[in-house]
Design a protein around this ligand. Structure first.
Ligand code: PAF
Length: 281
């Protein structure tokens, strides 16, 4: 039976009564199989599993989809029940931000200004601020985040390291539909035709990930994105450093399909070789 708490006091009481290792899965609700996978992983690795459901206004820009972001609490709770979650913390904005818009937020540094950060100014300050607060309130041993939001996962890992927040951050591979589409709460905005178009993102990533040389990776991916409204296609190191040449790297893409903005990424292995004829862009 999953208990639900909504205030800090209720959370503190329930958290104090938890025995053994504690894992948290932070979500904005609209739970899908990707979240269920995070919860399942948490269930495997910890004695007590806590899920948070909070649509965080601080990480949405003025022209983004905060108002229309799906809110499906009853269905979310059913997912948590099915995955054996012990406790759900579902605060209101007033509970999370009792003093209104915070004066002080977490600065994500240079990595917060590129890729998603370049298109969504202030987004990662909003994410890191709420994640920092939720880590402080829930005091987990482990916190699980999806690789789908790879830059977010990287920044949270750096924040926890640099600010010595104590929890171990665990990344979980992206869950996909059979045809490759990465699961996302925003997929429900897509019409049938838009969903077909959206498949270009995972197709592009797979085409790129099949190559081993940076220019060839990018060229193969770009070819699959022709005609799409692409925000960025980028090849970075596994730690999101610039200009990787060899070893594990990450290919990331963001594009708009209709009014919906989608992101996706895949690991790529670079072999350090220079492009040969027919391989480069
Ligand atoms: O990935 C998300 O759903 C959100 O960015 C998170 C980590 C729950 C913070 O609001």
């Amino acid at each position: 039976m999953t208990a639900v708490v909504r205030t800090r006091e209720e959370l503190a009481r329930a958290r104090a009564a938890a025995h053994g290792s504690v894992a948290v899965v932070m979500t904005m609700g609209a739970l899908h199989e990707g979240h269920a996978t995070l919860l399942r992983e948490a269930r495997k690795q910890a004695d007590f599993v806590l899920a948070t459901i909070f649509v965080n206004p601080l990480q949405f820009g003025p022209n983004e989809d905060l108002a229309r972001y799906p809110r499906t609490f009853d269905a979310d709770l059913a997912v948590c029940e099915a995955e054996g979650v012990d406790l759900v913390f579902a605060p209101t904005p007033e509970v999370m931000y009792p003093h209104g818009q915070p004066e002080v937020t977490v600065h994500p540094g240079a990595l917060g200004e590129v890729l998603e950060g370049a298109v969504r100014p202030g987004h990662f300050a909003g994410v890191l601020t709420v994640v920092g607060k939720l880590l402080r309130l829930t005091r987990p041993d482990l916190a699980f985040f999806g690789e789908k939001d790879y830059q977010q996962l990287t920044l949270i890992t750096l924040m926890v390291r640099d600010l010595e927040l104590g929890a171990e951050i665990v990344g979980v591979p992206t869950v996909r539909e059979a045809d490759g589409l990465a699961l996302s709460s925003r997929n429900r905005y897509l019409s049938g035709a838009e969903r077909e178009t959206a498949l270009s993102l995972s197709r592009a990533l797979r085409a790129g990930a099949a190559r081993r040389e940076p220019a060839a990776v990018l060229a193969a991916a770009r070819a699959e994105l022709a005609g799409l409204d692409v925000d960025y296609l980028a090849l970075r190191g596994a730690d999101l450093s610039e200009d990787p040449v060899s070893g594990e790297a990450r290919l990331l893409v963001a594009a708009r399909v209709g009014t919906t903005r989608l992101i996706d990424n895949l690991p790529v292995h670079l072999d350090g070789a220079t492009a040969t004829e027919g391989e480069s862009a």
